[in-house]
Design a protein around this ligand. Sequence first.
Ligand SMILES: [Zn+2]
Length: 94
Amino acid sequence: MIKIVVDRGRHAPQAFCDHCGKRIEKAKDGNYEWKGQISSGDASDLYLIHKACSYAFKQVTGDSLQTAELTLLPIRLGNNLEIDWDEANEMSEL
Ligand SMILES: [Zn+2]
């Protein structure tokens, strides 16, 4: 899940593992996962999982989950939100 954490006086979104609850500090250490058995037009919850927790999470949920690199999530979500990346970069400097 994503939470807002106060870090050095700023409110910062950070990723936390939906299995162990600890922060995912580097995208390369995580995946995003979702239920693969959904029909076109339906939606699945999305889980943020440490790669090291992925097997255990699947054992607990018993679901057939699809997996993708967490590194890809911001770009894919941003593209689905039709983000103007240049404008977003300018706004983040404020
Ligand atoms: Zn974890």
